[in-house]
Design a binder for this molecule. Structure first.
Ligand SMILES: [Zn+2]
Length: 126
């Protein structure tokens, strides 16, 4: 799938699309972030020391009947200014959430026309 199409459909900008594969009836899009674009999530400077990565998956809007998840190895960095070790900010998802902001908007929009039970069954059908 062309990278530009995924940007527009999934609303994820500024990342590299490394791989797309199918697993358990859903499509997994693996993305990564370049070292140059990393910055501290607390004070924002770019003087950082890498401290590993934590891989997480985020549910995002379906493409037709195809469920999609974004897999992202979130960099952990030590900031040389504030000396904190943190994961970098993820602009496409809220903190501690397992779904994207776009998915949240999609689910709330679906609830305007469907019952909660139907919306849940539609969004999480396998
Ligand atoms: Zn900092």
């Amino acid at each position: 799938m062309p990278q530009r199409l995924l940007y527009h459909i999934l609303g994820v900008h500024g990342y590299q699309w490394d791989q797309i594969f199918s697993e358990d009836h859903q499509m997994i899009c693996v993305i990564s972030q370049s070292r140059e674009s990393l910055c501290c999530s607390h004070c924002n400077p770019k003087r950082l020391i890498s401290q590993g990565k934590v891989t997480r998956r985020f549910k995002t809007v379906p493409l037709g009947s195809q469920q999609i998840e974004i897999e992202f190895a979130i960099p952990r960095v030590r900031c040389r200014a504030c000396h904190l070790v943190r994961q970098v900010k993820i602009p496409f998802a809220k903190s501690k959430k397992r779904y994207t902001k776009l998915f949240e908007q999609y689910a709330l929009g679906l609830l305007r026309f469907a019952t909660t039970l139907y919306a849940f069954a539609y969004l999480f059908a396998c």
